[in-house]
Ligand binder design. Structure first.
Ligand SMILES: [Zn+2]
Length: 497
């Protein structure tokens, strides 16, 4: 009965694809738009999430969700080169003949014309010429998109350039339930999954296919249909004017368990005058006010907040390092205001503390992040951290090193007011990109490295279940905010409460 406290089951319809391509990946605008149109076209729109019905109880093999589209029975992970090949082979003829494609050609031959001259003739003629041209244009990405290929931006997308972006998107081009089914197949001991939403429309200035209220409704339905095996966190966004209104309704009336706080989108829990921000039309004071109101709302009701806490990940302004808004030190003011704030620092501050320095040379150092997190976890009653997206753990030797570091940290904080061993939780960050073939092995790899460590072995239940039970505060959730839950959800969640 393990718990994965950090997973994502959203697809490309929940994301501002063109905006992310432009802002986070540095792609030319017309190309980012073309990719968004094409990827949305191949992402299934699962109508069953607009209706009632059950789903999770069925065996994965005959769930039926894998049959409607050949894509979903194929390997989930594509190389950047493979993703470019698939994209250019599958892009529909009407899109190749559209004004959007003409814009891509114009854009390519304009600002970056010199580089393009090396690739091919930008053909306006026939469909196959256009397809060929697009392919050579995208394949040239490592030279075309040097700004994107800088090592600082490699981590989240797995691979730099447009190929890496396409590979990332293809992983997310299937039904939400297919993502969840794949993940539970990967995680045979996990029986409760926390599905963490994202809300990126305002910072990225681009509308997802599903507007946010609709995204919330679909996630609510998905969690109902899972019979309680999937529980949702709703995403806060400081740029969205009515964010608190939307998330408070989700938390109080649509059975959402907690809140995701994503600082790399351009805000901090306070002192936003110093933050790397996403847009100028919302003042730092207003960002402070909105963040403070959300945090107070959650503190008053003992609702858990999950704060992204690694400088890696999707950044709205990678060149200005908006990922550094996620420094755990920025939570000290709010923790002083609300010492019982229920807060998880996701990703445990990034990899450098756990696996040794492997950071991009041009990034500011963040070694102390994990140390800050450990101090906050052991000082404040309800502060936790999760070990999600530790891709090095796939390598057994690195996994052993990581387990040894964790054991040391737990030992040296065993007599703290709040021992560290009761604050660390398993999470995955599925399906954010891992090295090829990583997902089927991740849960087992982390579990093995913990079990094989003499000092950690007795803590398996704590790390993989008990600490998450404490953080999620399910008993209070069921009692105080459970009105919207179906009987089956209540029954399932009661086993973890
Ligand atoms: Zn995540």
């Amino acid at each position: 009965m393990h718990i994965d406290v950090h997973a994502h089951f959203f697809n490309t319809r929940y994301l501002p694809i063109a905006g992310v391509g432009r802002k986070s990946r540095g792609l030319p605008h017309a190309l980012a738009r073309l990719i968004a149109i094409a990827i949305r076209g191949v992402t299934a729109d699962d109508g069953s999430l607009e209706r009632d019905g059950s789903w999770f109880a069925r065996e994965i093999a005959d769930s039926g969700f894998a049959t409607h589209q050949s894509r979903e029975s194929e390997p989930a992970e594509l190389s950047p080169e493979g993703a470019i090949a698939r994209f250019t082979a599958e892009i529909p003829p009407w899109l190749l003949r559209s004004a959007d494609f003409d814009d891509v050609v114009r854009e390519a031959t304009g600002a970056r014309g010199l580089l393009l001259a090396a690739t091919a003739e930008p053909a306006a003629a026939g469909e196959s010429d256009r397809r060929r041209w697009l392919r050579s244009y995208l394949q040239a990405d490592r030279s075309l998109f040097l700004d994107v290929a800088a090592p600082a931006h490699v981590d989240d997308a797995g691979e730099p350039g447009v190929g890496g972006y396409l590979a990332f998107l293809y992983n997310l081009a299937c039904r939400e339930k297919t993502l969840a089914d794949r993940h539970r197949q990967n995680s045979p001991g996990v029986e409760l999954f926390v599905h963490v939403m994202m809300d990126m429309e305002w910072p990225y200035e681009d509308a997802p296919a599903y507007d946010y209220p609709r995204a919330i409704r679909r996630v609510r339905t998905m969690c109902r249909q899972s019979g309680g095996r999937v529980v949702p966190f709703v995403a806060f966004d400081a740029y969205r004017p009515d964010s608190l209104q939307l998330i408070s309704r989700a938390l109080l009336r649509q059975s959402f368990l907690g809140v995701k706080f994503y600082a790399p989108s351009g805000y901090r829990p306070d002192s936003n005058a110093d933050a790397v921000r996403a847009r100028d039309d919302v003042s730092p004071d207003e960002l402070d006010r909105r963040c403070a109101a959300m945090i107070e709302f959650c503190a008053d009701r003992d609702i858990p907040i999950m704060a992204h806490c690694t400088p890696q990940g999707m950044e709205v302004a990678p060149k200005r390092h908006s990922g550094f808004n996620a420094d755990p030190e920025f939570w000290r003011v709010q923790l002083a205001r609300f010492p019982k704030l229920r807060l998880c620092f996701a990703h445990a501050g990034g990899r450098s503390h756990w696996f040794g320095p492997a950071e991009p040379a041009d990034a500011p150092p963040h070694e102390p992040w994990a140390k800050s997190i450990i101090e906050l976890c052991t000082t404040y009653q309800n502060v936790y951290t999760d070990l999600s997206h530790m891709e090095e753990a796939l390598d057994p030797q690195a996994g052993d090193r990581f387990a040894a570091t964790l054991a040391d940290d737990i030992n040296s904080h065993a007599s703290a007011t709040f021992p560290l061993g009761r604050k660390v939780m398993y999470g995955s960050d599925y399906p954010m990109p891992l090295p090829g073939g990583g997902w089927p092995k991740y849960y087992q790899a982390v579990l093995r490295s913990v079990r094989d460590n003499e000092q950690l072995a007795p803590l398996v239940d704590d790390l993989f279940r008990e600490n998450a039970r404490a953080f999620l505060n399910l008993r209070a959730f069921l009692e105080e905010r459970g009105d919207d839950l179906a009987d089956e959800q209540v029954h399932t969640l009661s086993q973890f409460a």
